[in-house]
Design a protein around this ligand. Structure first.
Ligand code: GSH
Length: 202
């Protein structure tokens, strides 16, 4: 069984959803319940995945590890389709995630109200631009992965939920909204959200 260290609603939620989609058993552990989490991951971020004696960090690396290890339709086996799916995972993890990360940084570190508002507006504008890029890609398909959700679709859906926690206007296209709703309606998405809630309340 895998062990996954998480924070409620954080990017680790995507790791949990995908482990469940892969039919894997996972024990989830709230990072906040761990006294010396720094000893597990020196940079103190989630997700952290324990696969036997192997402790993995970095969301995209973890994603590729589990997708390579288990039979699935979330990551094509070869060719351009595989390259494209990996590119989408990297876009999610290395472009969209840090764009949302700026919102958390601004909320925590900018105290001057005028500067804070300007920074939130600039960050939201960048996020809206990234979602517009996604909307354009979705012209001829419902998900980045084609007719069914890919790992990147699930990752992006987790990040999209963060916008509601900040005083920002992020505009999402129609097809993007449909994608996000469809992913959030997946039984394993709902199950993962509930599992986090139950575990964190312990
Ligand atoms: N590059 C890292 C970034 C992960 C990251 O920023 N995780 C956030 C949650 S989404 C985190 O753990 N932040 C520390 C905290 O909130 O305590 C990865 O992809 O795993």
């Amino acid at each position: 069984m895998y062990q996954l260290f998480y924070l409620q609603g954080a990017c680790s939620l995507a790791t949990q959803v995908i482990l469940r989609e892969l039919g894997q058993e996972v024990e989830i552990i709230d990072k906040q319940h761990i006294h010396k989490f720094k000893e597990i991951n020196p940079i103190e971020t989630v997700p952290v995945l324990r696969d036997g004696d192997n402790t993995l960090v970095e969301g995209a690396a973890i994603m590729l590890h589990i997708l390579n290890k288990h039979e699935n339709s979330l990551l094509p086996k070869n060719g351009t389709a595989r390259q494209k799916a990996i590119q989408d995972i990297m876009f999610a993890n290395a472009t969209m995630h840090p764009a949302y990360g700026k919102l958390f940084f601004i909320a925590q570190h900018i105290t001057d109200e005028t500067a804070k508002k300007a920074a939130f507006t600039a960050a939201a504008k960048n996020i809206t631009h990234l979602w517009q890029v996604i909307e354009n890609v979705l012209k001829n398909k419902p998900f980045l992965g084609g007719s069914t959700p890919s790992a990147a679709d699930i990752m992006l859906t987790v990040y999209a939920r963060w916008g509601a926690s900040f005083p920002v206007d992020i505009t999402l296209g129609k097809k993007t909204t449909t994608l996000l709703n469809a992913v959030q309606a997946m039984p394993n998405f709902k199950k993962s959200v509930k599992a986090e809630q139950a575990e964190s309340e312990k």
